[in-house]
Design a protein around this ligand. Structure first.
Ligand code: S3P
Length: 442
């Protein structure tokens, strides 16, 4: 289905975004490992997370969605997963695939993973390399890509591993493998990445030590064979999804919206910090803690933005938000330099290339210099008037629909399907605020 987004009148009202994708995947995985009952309220029911739910069932856990919308799990205990009878198809979900590869690497059976064309093109050696050191074997397609079989080891070796790329998925894969290894497994990261695995595993009863390193990095150590006990989890609204209505409200004149219950984990909030530096009218209200994660209501109003420098060390805390930040930068007065975006090239698509193509088509002035994206705005709406190729990438789809809400001419996307991986109900939520996004009749 193709969608078109035309200039929107002022956006107003409440935008309740779906549950956090990173936290939802982890809640299902850890609930499937815990002894006894876990409940998950506010789970993101997007395709990515539903694939993880199905995978956990196939690995032997009881996973049901109750009539009241709460997900309920009875886990198998650490080390208690069972060999799946068939291939696990993880769809578009890199987080689901990579974290599960870690989990099964230290179980004595073989698990075969596949996914959609996007996931099958993504690099998996970043996970299989450290998991191989722990004793697991891998048979994969060329380039270490899916379909891929993990031959789990019966005698796992705990390791200390320094991340070569700042990736919470790789960190989590190694830590999850370490759950069923004897002794201590350590991951060292030179720049802190999202820490939902550490926070949630602690909540389930694991011993997780986090040491700050003098160079600003962290060493995360997990003690093997913990007893994880079922618990109740409340999933906060996803800040990466909140990014779309928030940026839309900043760009569409006279808008003011509230996004209630958004996760404010500092390792996820680089976009909001950057937008504030650009002069955005953004406030956090009613800050509170919900099941171990900080949460607040986010209020955003139309703002005249100015260009800023976004330092490379901020990238891990806003890695999924650069596409929509590039849209905001196109409306800002002056130049926005987004530096150190190498990891954007290996997301659901090559997002650096996709954003560049889209900006070009919409008449925005920009340069890509190495791993940096430099966008020049003049404080006026860009032309728009293009059709953007989504290439199975949900964040590219949503970012350019936001562009169309405030650009001079409408913006179309060639395929809306990917939006459902992380943000089911995106179009009706945005239209509920005042947006004019509709299906293009063939
Ligand atoms: C995620 C980590 C990030 C992010 C992805 C979710 C996670 O990926 O882009 O959407 O839940 O751990 P990387 O670890 O590859 O940076």
């Amino acid at each position: 289905m193709q969608l078109i987004s035309i200039a929107a009148p002022p956006l107003t009202g409440q935008a309740r975004v779906p549950g956090d994708k990173s936290i939802s995947h982890r809640a299902l995985m850890f609930g499937a490992l815990a002894v006894g009952r876990s409940t998950v309220e506010g789970l993101l029911e997007g395709e990515d997370v539903l694939r993880t739910a199905e995978a956990m069932r196939r690995l032997g856990a009881e996973v049901v969605r109750r009539d009241d919308g709460i997900w309920q799990l009875y886990g198998r205990g650490v080390g208690g997963l069972a060999e799946p009878e068939d291939v696990l198809d993880m769809g578009n979900a890199g987080t689901g695939a990579r974290l599960l590869m870690g989990l099964v690497a230290t179980h004595p059976f073989t698990t075969v993973f596949t996914g959609d064309a996007s996931l099958r093109s993504r690099p998996m050696r970043r996970v299989s390399e450290p998991l191989g050191r722990m004793g697991a074997g891998f048979v994969s397609r060329s380039g270490g890509r899916l379909p891929l079989a993990v031959i789990g080891t019966a005698s796992p070796i705990p390791i200390s591993y320094e991340l070569p790329v700042p990736s919470a998925q790789v960190k989590s894969a190694v830590l999850l493998a370490g759950l069923n290894a004897p002794g201590a497994t350590t991951v060292v990261e030179s720049a802190p990445t999202r820490d939902h695995t550490e926070l949630m595993l602690r909540g389930f009863g694991a011993e997780v030590a986090v040491d700050a390193l003098p160079d600003g990095g962290r060493a995360v150590t997990i003690k093997g064979h913990p007893e994880l006990t079922g618990r109740a989890i409340k999933v906060p609204g996803d800040p990466s999804s909140a990014a779309f209505p928030v940026v839309a409200a900043l760009l569409v004149p006279h808008s003011r919206i509230t996004v209630p219950g958004v996760g404010t984990n500092p390792l996820r909030c680089g976009l909001f910090q950057t937008l504030k530096e650009m002069g955005a009218d953004l406030q956090w209200q009613n800050a509170r803690d919900e099941a171990g994660e900080p949460v607040a209501d986010l209020v955003a109003g139309h703002s005249a933005l100015k260009g800023v420098d976004v330092p490379p060390e901020r990238a891990p805390s806003m890695i999924d938000e650069y596409p929509v930040l590039a849209i905001a930068a196109a409306f800002a007065a002056g130049t926005t330099r987004m530096r150190g975006l190498a990891e954007l090239r290996v997301k659901e698509s090559d997002r650096l290339a996709a954003v560049a193509r889209g900006l070009q088509a919409c008449g925005v002035r920009f340069e890509v210099e190495g791993d940096d994206l430099i966008v020049h705005g003049d404080g006026r709406p860009p032309d728009g008037g293009a059709t953007i190729a989504v290439n199975l990438d949900h964040r590219i789809a949503m970012s350019f629909l936001v562009m169309g809400m405030a650009s001079r001419r409408p913006v179309q996307i060639d395929d809306a399907a990917a939006i459902g991986t992380s943000f089911p109900g995106f179009v009706s939520l945005m239209n509920g605020l005042g947006a004019r996004i509709s299906e293009v009749q063939p």
